[in-house]
Ligand binder design. Sequence first.
Ligand code: TEU
Length: 681
Amino acid sequence: MSSPVHQNSSFSTPQWWKEAVVYQIYPSSFQSHSGATTGWGSIQGIASRLDYLKSLGVDVVWSSPICKSPQADMGYDIADYKQIYHRYGTLQDVDNLIAELTKRGMKLMMDLVVNHTSNEHAWFLESRSSKDSPKRDWYIWKKPKSVSADGVPEPPSNWAQILGEANSAWTYDEKTGEYYLSLFTPEQPDLNWENPEVRAAVWDVMHFWLQRGAAGFRMDVINLISKVPGYPDAEVVLGAGCKFQPAFKYFVNGPKMHDYLQEMHREVLSKYDTITVGEMPGISDDDEVLRTVGAKAGELRMIFIFDLVDIDKPHVRMALKPWDVKEMKSIISRWQRVMIEKDGWNSVFIENHDNPRSVSRYVDDSDEWRHIGAKLIALMQTTLGGTLFIYQGEEIGLRNISKSWDIEEFKDIETINYWAKVNDLYADNPEELAYGRKIIDMKARDHSRTPMHWNAEENAGFCDAGAKPWMRIMDDYKTVNVDAQMKADLGDDLSVWQFWQRGLKDRKEHADVFVYGDFEELSVEHPNVFAYVRTSIKGEKWLVVLNYSGQELEWLMPDNLSVQFWACSNYVKGRAEKPLKKTIPLKPWEGILGRGVECVEYDDAKFAKADSFGYDKLSKPQSRPTTEISDVKFWLVTGDVKPPLKEIKYEAPSQSWGVGSPVYFLLIREGDLKRCKKDFQ
Ligand code: TEU
């Protein structure tokens, strides 16, 4: 197999938006500004933290929506795309933010929410005003499926609301006797993208922000913009008592989605040098994904693929499905490989504002292990290929809301709807109620939305001491906060923040390996260890070994592999003292990063082929191989060492590293082996 990373592929072609580290801000919870009494974060607050973000290693700031909104869904219900929500500030504040970012060599990415608007948007108010309104067709209006004898209308189909699966995705409007489609909540009517006027209005919004200096967009549920005509009833998958059913297959990557994205590219994106990431839940088919992010397709730079954060999702988000580390690894490895083999580009993320905290979900957030677990995740994230996204608070290992909090502390509409459903269905069933609460404790979107912990002062430095934060601040802010972690002197250890900072620096210094390099998993069968090799186009290799378990264990390195040194570990500041080959002992939740060396096993046929290039003289090796010289007839020189040898293309066996990479061979003839061995002693 030959890897397109190195042949006829643009995967490794450097681009600023590939190397950029993107930091997601949830504006209500990031930073309020001094003097503000609202208890909400603000744009001025964001501007005051740019030096902080720069020092962490951030290049692009993506803020969740800041536009004018009644906040039914925390700004994902926009009432005016060209105005700012009053608590966040003004357009002038955004201009100032962009200027301050630019000064620091950073950029702003806006959240483009155009699958739907708010029901308070002027377009919708006009659309719902009468069936003859010129904007009637800007939204999706349908007659009731039927009207019962006593006059009760039935929605056009059985589709369930995404943020309240007990309810219909269709909202009845008394005034005109029709339903409108509102996939998320009734306050978020879906725009009708079939209408060219709607598309033109969206392009206009995009130009507005790009001309103002935004560098691009995260596009909210951009794969939901085309619906299957006819709006057919969805299959029944939710059990008794559920009238409405998830209908994703009728609106996820719908029939005209690619036409619309291509038009968007033609009309807008092709005219600017942007960073774009499409939020695309519910899609997992390689070829379909490549139609958007393949280098040749070029609709969007990258998308968010949800396989990892939906690992525990059955049909709806507020539910649980068992999963294990093997599945987690296979999801990550699969997408790493797909993008390499099929010449696409991907985002790397493990948290966002719609998901619980990664340290609580994938590792162990107890006081004993939070610190190590958060660094294990940081090591993985900073060594995976793609554009890296960090979610606010991930860099200090914030964890989920405590199970002791009252349900009233949860503010998200999805949680509120879910809890109402559970109470409606199971008011007298304490077991079901407890299970519902368990789902909230594990899955609610609120977990990632609590205010940021800046310091140990009142309100965690998030807002002034006198103001009341819009959402309760987590109880551990006095010990787990930015200030403490930045300043921490932990002797032979690093705080979570310091570890992230170093990881981001390393990632940038070795972008050819970590951003653009080849990826090969070495631990497919292991139940707990995730080990992989990243290889740059020049052949430089790094080995990542992550123990995703709370157990001490040993991992057996493949025979043809060893490392020169273990450069990094989530347990110590300096190099980790571990064996360089064979059996590697790992502590609970331990992650290590090694600088790799490879010794290719002798293979007669391949040796003969290589030999035919005419290298019959013994060349002196550039560095010392780490396996016994008698084990090999030739050995591979890592790519940053430039041997005085001819480059040959070698189809490496699939189990070895650097599949298909151009590699350098030092050819050692049988008769010279002895002499060579002597040289090394
Ligand atoms: O989320 C889309 C959405 O449906 C997510 O809940 C997604 O299914 C989930 O993350 C997969 O794990 C976007 C926004 O991110 C969210 O905050 C909004 O509520 C929603 O769109 C509607 O705009």
